[in-house]
Write a protein that binds this ligand. Sequence first.
Ligand code: ADP
Length: 174
Amino acid sequence: MIDQRIEIIEGDITKLAVDAIVNAANEMLLGGGGVDGAIHRVAGPQLLEECLKIGGCPTGEARLTQGYHLPARYVIHTVGPIWAGGVDNEDVMLASAYRSSLALAVQNDIHSIAFPSISTGSYGFPMERAAPIALRTVRDFLATNSTLQRVIFVCFGEAAHTLYLRFYNALHIT
Ligand code: ADP
């Protein structure tokens, strides 16, 4: 049975008033397009200043900043893998990005966290492969943790939402 603390919604992650939203960042933490650009636009320039002080984040790891003008208190910046056809450890690195984000949340007493679909935009990771990895990694983490109360998967657009719900429902029986 999948964990009741997991939610799948369609929407814009920058609008969520949760303890932390996760950013699909790049290794330089420089701010870019996609969800990263959207988060920086709403948070304001102080977010980039704090990111520059951190100085980067290797693929599969995560770093915490304040949320500034976002409704979320914190941003957890994680770096997913760039899709290279599936031959470069991408599945393992994607799972690591989710796990590192969750571990950082627990360390900082964060109870609610929202994830975008990491790596599935400009990094090219096929969503039908990424979604089950994301869902299983979160489910398995929650099985060992009781501080996190809500983990929200934020799907950008109806197609992504339908796809996530399909894999979410499949998790009930696997
Ligand atoms: P990456 O470089 O890790 O692929 P992107 O930002 O290009 O990151 O895309 C990651 C996912 O985030 C994509 O599935 C994209 O549709 C989605 N996305 C883009 N903007 C938003 C947003 N405002 N809220 C939630 N998800 C978003």
